[in-house]
Design a binder for this molecule. Sequence first.
Ligand code: G6P
Ligand code: MG
Length: 232
Amino acid sequence: MTRSRFDSLAPVNCRPLRGVIFDMDGVLTDTIEFHYQTWQRLADEEGIPFTRQANEALRGLSRRDSLLRILQGRVLPEAKIQELLERKNRYFRSFIDTMTAEYLLPGVQVFLHDLRQAGIKTAVASASQNVYIVIEKLGIASDIDVITNVYDVDRPKPAPDVFLYAAQQLGLGPQDCVVFEDAESGVEAARAAQMRVIGLGDAAQVGAADWVLPGLEGVRWHDVQAKLTPGV
Ligand code: G6P
Ligand code: MG
């Protein structure tokens, strides 16, 4: 058979992966519980109904979008909204102050080491304004090449902006990257960025991912590459 000039061009989703972009909360560290407790405290203080289950739907949303979801259509003056956002963050920061490497989720340290050994670039692309301090507290800042959040771009997740920005900062294209996400909005954002995506946790949240795993524990880089780059 004669070779076409396109033979050497593998389909986009078959290109070997060269970069990993992590969401932070619920992927690298279990701050979801901290977020839940601080939102619950705020909601109780304001007499607004809120539950642990309702908190699940907030995964991946920005602080403001989370508050609007909790308010369920209640209209408040902007100054009150700002006060609530600041109070929520004050409560959350007191949790962050206590964080150490012990708050890394199982498997994260081994996986980051694996990525370094394989020469894979790494980024964190979070919805959290606290991303820098949390990464610092977790003791993994030197393992991450690029740290960014949705405040660096125009639109929060589920828009693709923060993942596209992270890839650009890594010097890679979307097709070179795989995203790790625990939230529906994050999986949607990664898909919109035309990146491959691994969903961690509940399939009800991350079922639209290319591969769903319980977490990073036991995950090895060569398995990810093999699973998401068939035939290479
Ligand atoms: C993450 C969490 C959300 C949280 C958001 C904002 O995406 O999954 O639950 O609301 O970050 O975090 P911040 O630290 O800015 O309040
Ligand atoms: Mg998350």
